[in-house]
Every structure is written in structure tokens, then in C-alpha cells.
Design a protein around this ligand. Structure first.
Ligand code: URA
Length: 440
């Protein structure tokens, strides 16, 4: 077999056979096939796409390039969730405790932030003492005992994806629907959960900029999950505005805690209720309607908040922070953007908002750069809101005064203001399961 022939076949729109996909993935990992040939193939896939069969083969081969986690040591149905990335996405921190409080099992491996999107692991590490690197036995023990644990994804999960993603990043092939689908689903399949809920974000702060592409990506990921024997469904959610009010690390944890106390922002609360209900329903806890009620009850009676505190304690963190968020360290520097006129917010560039949070220190400009847990942004006003003279539009936080000065310039570029009111957009746009598309 020759890599040249595989590239040529895809360039002409042909369907790659399983052994051809295996050949290029294995050869690339082993170092037998050079970057330049894999780059050419990635670009051919970008333009010619992949059939459902090719995609399932590619995903399985990528998943099998490393460890396939066996979660059978944890009792019950394990349900996972995953977002394709966004700004202000602290969903796991609120949803996993709700699901666990209602009897579901969440054994979750999450990632760190890179680029303009934040990562759950960085956010959780802003809780003093919280450990995200645990031995497998401890991880299993925690989930068996309290129903949830969130740890960092180990390097041995889908190493082929790691190597391919790094190449996609420098060859302008990240935003390819089949490559995103295979990348995410290879990690989900290798992580071992029985059922998967996906959040396919759409808008200015997401890879998918329009509904057609978002539906195509969601359908492909659902088909891969189902093809791999995991019940899978996907929400399409709005990333034309940041999710909730806070984007950062400890300020997002605080917002997730407030949501578990019933005081969360409307959009984030809606996402949490729906995702929790879908995960619980998949775990056989009842109909979606019953599970929504169950999720609401877990917030009202405080049991979901207790679950988060239990997880924090079992992972070495200081649980007092969960019950008393004023203990979290505050950024020494902050800047309030105060409106000088009466205007409507007509549009937000969410990616620019995320990039501004990175400038403040909340995220990573390059892999392994340190994260400022106290840095971030609070978006007090978002698209569709009216802002009066003197209102605070957004507040920025950083441990570095110079970064704050730079970021205060960029945040204003992320907002478009006008004299005409625009309609607030929906938070949840669609729900896609194996045989159904529901538009909200
Ligand atoms: N997240 C991933 O893990 N992979 C992609 O390709 C895009 C987003």
C-alpha cells in the first residue's frame, strides 16, 4: 500500500477502505508516514468529506490507537457529555452533580482549555486542593461511592487524535466536519461511557457558524456513537453569545455553584436542566419530563450542591468553597466597562470575547502556559439587552494590570451596539437523536 495512492484516491472523491485508513493512522503514529503526506490527505478530506462508513472506521481506529477505558468496574449505566467548545461553558460542573444527585453515574474525563475556549479541568483546579489526576482505582471508587468524578483526560486516550489535531491546527484543517466528528467521538468512545450527550455549539464562538453545518456535524457524531454501540444524542446550542454571565475559571465555578443553588443565569440554567434530564432519561431514570422534574428537585432540595461538595472533598479539594464562594480568591485588578450612551447590544463576537479572556490570563495562548484562576470576564449585558448610560456592560478581572489594560480595548471590539432592538436568540436550537430532529 502506498500513502501516495491513498491521498490520490481521496483527492478524486473516492471512499477509503478500512485497511487504508488503518495504514495511514498507524503509519503516522509510528513516524513511518511524514507530516506532509498526512497534511495532504487531511486537506483532501477537508474538501471531499468522508462517508459514514469511512468515518466510523476512522473514529474506531483513532480510539483504538490508545487505551479503551473499561468502566465495567463502576455499577450502573455511565452517561457522558461533551461540548464542541465555547465561551463560558461550565456545564459539566453543574450537570454532573445534578445527574449524580438523581441516581445517575458520571465518570467523566475532561480537557484543558486551548485557544479561545476554556477547559473544565482548569476551572475545577481553581478550587484549592482539587486534584484532576487520580489513579483509575480511586476514580472508580469515587464514582461507585457518590455517583460522579471528573478527572483530566490521560495522554493514553486516542493518541492518534492528539497527533492529528496538532497537525490540523497548523494546516487549516481543524474546521472540517468529518475530522471534528472523528476527533471528538474517538475520545468519547475510548473514555468508556455507555451513553453520550453532545453539545454542538453554533455561532460566532463555535466551529460551526450556521445551523446546516451544526446539524450535519451533530448527525455525524450521533451516527458514529450509535455505530459504536453507544446511545448518543446531540443538542445544538447558541454560541453567538457567551453562555451565562461568567467566562474564566473560578468565576465560572462560582456561577455553576449559584446555578446549583437555583440562582443561575437563565440561559445556563436552561441548558443544565435539559442536559441533566436527557442524561438521566438515557440512564433509564424516567421520561424526559419526569427527569426535568427530578433535576429541578435536586437543585431545590440542595442535593445537587451537596454532590458537588462531596466530589470536591473526595478529590482532595476544600469543600468549604462550595458552600461559601466568598472564600475564592479575587483578582487584584478589575475594570468596569461603563456605557456612555443609551444603546442596544445588537451582536457579540463570542470568539473575540473568549480571546479577550485569554489575554486576561484565563486561558492558554500556547499549550502548557499557566492559567490565572482569578482572571476572566463577566458579561452583564448581552445581545438583545438595552444599556442605559452608566450601566456596566462587562467587567474584566486579571492578576496582571497590563493585561487588563490590553483586554479593556479588545472587549469593546467584541460588541456591536445600535439604536434598534434585536430579538434575543434561543439558547437551545435543536435536539438530534438517532431517528429524530427536534427544532426548538
Ligand atoms: N474538539 C476536539 O476535541 N476536536 C476537534 O476537532 C474540535 C474540537
Amino acid at each position: 500500500m502506498l500513502m501516495y495512492d491513498i491521498i490520490d484516491k481521496k483527492k478524486k472523491g473516492g471512499e477509503l477502505a478500512k485497511d487504508e485508513i488503518e495504514y495511514f493512522i498507524t503509519g503516522y503514529i509510528n513516524g513511518d508516514i511524514p507530516d506532509y503526506q498526512v497534511s495532504a490527505l487531511l486537506m483532501a478530506i477537508y474538501y471531499k468529506g468522508m462517508s459514514d462508513t469511512e468515518l466510523l472506521d476512522l473514529t474506531n481506529i483513532m480510539a483504538e490507537s490508545g487505551d479503551i477505558v473499561d468502566l465495567s468496574g463502576i455499577d450502573g449505566i455511565k452517561v457522558d457529555k461533551h461540548s464542541t467548545g465555547g465561551v463560558g461553558d461550565k456545564t459539566t460542573i453543574a450537570v454532573a452533580p445534578v445527574v449524580a444527585a438523581c441516581g445517575g453515574k458520571v465518570a467523566k474525563m475532561s480537557g484543558r482549555g486551548l485557544g479561545f475556549t476554556g477547559g473544565t479541568i482548569d476551572k475545577l483546579e481553581s478550587i484549592p486542593g482539587f486534584k484532576t489526576l487520580l489513579p483509575k482505582e480511586k476514580f472508580f471508587e469515587i464514582v461507585n461511592s457518590i455517583g460522579l468524578s471528573v478527572i483530566g483526560q490521560s495522554g493514553s486516550i486516542a493518541p492518534a487524535d492528539k497527533k492529528l489535531y496538532a497537525l490540523r491546527d497548523v494546516t487549516a484543517t481543524v474546521d472540517s466536519i468529518p475530522l471534528i466528528a472523528a476527533s471528538i467521538m474517538s475520545k468519547k468512545i475510548a473514555s468508556g461511557s455507555d451513553k453520550i450527550i453532545l453539545d454542538v455549539t453554533m455561532g460566532t464562538g463555535a466551529f460551526m457558524k450556521n445551523i446546516d453545518n451544526a446539524i450535519t456535524l451533530a448527525k455525524k457524531m450521533v451516527a458514529i456513537g450509535e455505530g459504536a454501540g453507544r446511545e448518543t444524542a446531540a443538542y445544538i446550542t447558541n454560541m453567538d453569545i457567551p453562555l451565562g454571565i461568567a467566562a474564566g475559571n473560578n468565576i465560572e465555578v462560582i456561577e455553576a455553584i449559584e446555578t446549583l443553588k437555583g440562582n443561575g443565569p437563565e440561559d445556563f440554567t436552561e441548558i443544565c436542566r435539559n442536559f441533566s434530564a436527557s442524561m438521566l432519561s438515557m440512564a433509564g431514570k424516567g421520561s424526559r419530563k419526569e427527569c426535568i422534574k427530578m433535576a429541578d428537585r435536586a437543585i431545590e432540595d440542595g442535593s445537587a450542591l451537596c454532590k458537588l461538595a462531596e466530589m470536591v472533598k473526595m478529590q482532595g479539594g476544600d469543600e468549604r468553597y462550595i458552600y461559601n464562594t466568598s472564600l475564592f480568591e479575587k483578582a487584584p485588578y478589575s475594570y468596569k466597562w461603563v456605557s456612555e450612551s443609551d444603546v442596544y447590544i445588537t451582536k457579540m463576537d463570542t470568539e473575540q470575547c473568549g480571546r479577550t479572556a485569554v489575554i486576561l490570563g484565563a486561558g492558554r495562548e500556547v499549550k502548557d502556559s499557566p492559567v490565572d484562576f482569578n482572571a476572566g470576564i463577566k458579561f452583564y449585558k448581552k445581545t438583545g439587552d438595552f444599556v442605559k448610560t452608566g450601566d456596566v456592560v462587562a467587567e474584566l478581572y486579571s492578576s496582571d494590570k497590563e493585561k487588563l489594560n490590553a483586554a479593556s480595548y479588545y472587549i469593546k471590539k467584541a460588541y456591536k451596539m445600535g439604536s434598534t432592538k434585536v430579538k434575543k436568540e434561543k439558547t437551545i436550537i435543536a435536539y438530534i437523536s438517532k431517528d429524530n430532529i427536534i427544532k426548538y
